[in-house]
Design a protein. Structure first.
Length: 208
C-alpha cells in the first residue's frame, strides 16, 4: 500500500506528516517511535478508523483511496472484550461469518493451543488482566485470518515468556497466510526480531 501526502491535525495542531510511504504486501512492518510520535494515529488512519485526514492511501497501487483490504483487523492497545467467556470472544469473528460448527471449533481450539491460552478459555473475559486481554484479543484477530493485521503495541503489558509466544505466532501467521502485518511497538529489539522492515516515527514524521 502507498501513503501519499498524509497530514493529520488534532484541533489546529499538526501531529502527522508523511510525504510518501510504501508498506509492502505480505510483509511484517514495524512502526517504532517514542510516546506521542503519532504511531497510533497512523495505524488508525491506515485501518480506516480515522477518516479525518488529508492525503491518500492507495491500498492497491493502481487505484487511490479505494476500500481497504477485504478483511482487516486492528487490535488496539486497550482491547475491548465481551462480558463472555474467553472462548466465546475468540469464536466471535467466525460466528458472524457463518462458518460451520466443526470447522469453527477446530480453528478456535487451534489458536488457543498455539497461543497457549488453555488456562484462560473458560474465564470471563472482562475479568482478565491487561496482559491476558491483549493475548485474547490477538487470538481473536488471528482466528479471523485477516489479509491486513494492524497491531498497536500488542505486547506492552505482557510478560517475557508470553511475548515469545505471541511473537512466534505473529510470524507464523504471516508465513502461513501471507498476511500484511503492521506492528506498532516502542521495543526496538522486538521489531528487530520479527519485522521485515522498520519505520521510525519522530514528531509525526518518518525518520531514517
Ligand atoms: N484525540 C486526540 N485529540 C487531540 N490530540 C491527540 C488525540 N489523540 C492523540 N493526540 C495527540 O497526537 C499526537 C500523537 O499521538 P499518538 O498517535 O497517540 O502517539 P503514539 O501512539 O505514538 O504514542 C500526540 O501529541 C497526542 O497527544
Ligand atoms: Mg499509541
Amino acid at each position: 500500500m502507498f501513503l501519499n501526502n498524509i497530514k493529520k491535525y488534532y484541533n489546529e495542531k499538526l501531529v502527522l506528516v508523511i510525504e510518501m510511504l510504501e508498506i509492502e504486501k505480505g510483509k511484517i512492518t514495524g512502526i517504532i517511535g517514542p510516546n506521542g510520535s503519532g504511531k497510533s494515529t497512523l495505524l488508525n488512519i491506515i485501518g480506516g478508523l480515522d477518516e479525518d485526514y488529508l492525503g491518500t492511501i492507495a491500498y492497491d497501487p493502481k487505484v487511490t483511496n479505494q476500500k481497504p483490504y477485504d478483511t482487516m483487523t486492528l487490535v488496539s492497545q486497550k482491547p475491548y472484550l465481551f462480558k463472555r467467556k474467553v472462548y466465546e470472544n475468540i469464536e466471535y469473528p467466525l460466528k458472524i461469518r457463518n462458518i460451520n460448527k466443526a470447522d469453527m471449533k477446530k480453528k478456535v481450539n487451534r489458536i488457543i493451543s498455539r497461543l497457549e491460552l488453555e488456562d484462560l478459555k473458560e474465564k470471563k473475559a472482562h475479568l482478565l488482566s491487561g496482559g491476558e486481554s491483549q493475548k485474547v484479543s490477538l487470538a481473536r484477530a488471528l482466528v479471523f485470518e485477516p489479509e491486513l493485521l494492524l497491531l498497536d503495541e500488542p505486547t506492552s503489558n505482557i510478560d517475557p515468556e508470553s511475548i515469545k509466544i505471541l511473537e512466534r505466532e505473529i510470524v507464523r501467521f504471516n508465513k502461513e497466510t501471507g498476511a500484511t502485518i503492521i506492528i506498532v511497538t516502542h521495543n526496538l529489539e522486538q521489531s528487530n526480531r520479527i519485522c521485515d522492515r522498520i519505520i521510525y516515527l519522530e514528531n509525526g514524521r518518518v525518520s531514517s
